[in-house]
Design a protein around this ligand. Structure first.
Ligand code: PBG
Length: 333
């Protein structure tokens, strides 16, 4: 017998009490990490449920404002709004995207007027506004035209900033759009409007429920977005996308989807040390909710574990449909 004690190190000693575990915790979820995506529809006092996203509703602006007030009281710092455009307003040129009286623009003004401390992030992309459901303008062959699309994205981003959006978030994956939008914002005097770039956005099948929510699922011409969103096989390519967006003036970058892409979040944070966000998307929400509904997973514990994983991977904030529920849980702890 050597006189060395067995075992040399007891890792379990620090796991025995709440206080040892609390003191040792490397990461903690805070309500200030949470961004709540919300769907807005025309009308008054209108709510619509979304079959594939139980617990999430499309809200008319008056109800959106009410909900925004509650979210701010919970301490949530920001919401991301997504308009549901009636078919009649969709077109090949997506001009509704930059209508100053469009749904997104009106929603921004209403929420900012009522709850100025709550940050509003707007989605810059054309898919809610094109009759064909692609994120940009298409040519006769159905190909999304990069530079022509960028011109419309610039107008859309300006209309959001004019309405009072704090952060514009291009989610379209066109090349060069961050630089063009930054320049246009500067020229228009919106020097403090932030850009959160969906830099590493994958051509993912986890977006299905979102497309149901905004009503673009049925009409995606060509069936997918693979010639602009990234191939799930790639990781180095994500770093190139992120670097380009940073060089063009992005203030924050995003990886999307979330849980299946936490390796990209980690590489992003390690490589660039910039404000990094991740989007736990609609499909991730849907599969969790399905398991909760069946009693297969324990709802509250799994939500917190899934969100903490983003922090551990290096995300500074998380866009998640669980934001409100998580905020309520954090408040009651
Ligand atoms: C639109 C957009 C999408 C999402 C956010 N912005 C869908 C898409 O690219 O088809 C998906 C969000 C989610 O699934 O929760 N450009």
């Amino acid at each position: 017998m050597s006189n060395q004690q067995f075992p040399a190190c007891r890792m379990r000693r620090m796991r025995q009490h709440d206080f040892t575990r609390d003191l040792m915790a490397e990461h903690r979820l805070n309500v200030k990490d949470l961004i709540y995506p919300m769907f807005v529809v025309e009308g008054n006092n209108r709510t619509e449920s979304i079959a594939s996203m139980p617990g999430i509703e499309r809200l008319s602006i008056d109800l959106l404002v009410k909900e925004a007030t509650e979210l701010a009281t919970l301490g949530i710092p920001a919401i991301a709004i997504f308009p549901v455009t009636p078919m009649a307003l969709k077109s090949d040129c997506a001009s509704e995207a930059f209508n100053p009286e469009g749904l997104a623009q009106k929603a921004v003004r209403a929420v900012k007027a009522a709850v100025p401390e709550l940050a509003i992030i707007t989605d810059v992309a054309l898919d809610p506004f094109t009759s064909h459901g692609q994120d940009g303008l298409i040519n006769d062959a159905g190909y999304v035209m990069n530079d022509e699309t960028c011109e419309v994205l610039v107008k859309q981003a300006l209309s959001h900033a004019d309405a009072g959006a704090d952060i514009v978030a291009p989610s379209d994956m066109m090349d060069g759009r961050i630089g063009l939008i930054r320049q246009a914002l500067e020229d228009a005097g919106h020097v403090n409007t932030c850009i959160m770039a969906y830099s590493a956005k994958y051509a993912s099948s986890y977006y299905g429920p979102f497309r149901d929510a905004v009503g673009s699922a049925g009409n995606i011409k060509g069936g997918n977005k693979k010639n602009y969103q990234m191939d799930p096989a790639n990781s180095n390519e994500a770093l190139r996308e992120i670097e380009l967006d940073l060089n063009e003036g992005a203030d924050m970058v995003m990886v999307k989807p979330g849980m299946p892409y936490l390796d990209i979040v980690r590489r992003c944070k390690d490589t660039f040390q910039v404000p990094t966000f991740a989007y736990q998307v609609s499909g991730e929400y849907a599969m969790h909710k399905a398991a909760f509904a069946n009693g297969w997973l324990k709802e509250e514990d799994v939500i917190m574990e899934s969100l903490l994983a983003f922090k551990r991977a290096g995300a500074d904030g998380i866009l998640t449909y669980f934001a409100k529920q998580a905020a309520q849980m954090l408040a009651s702890k």
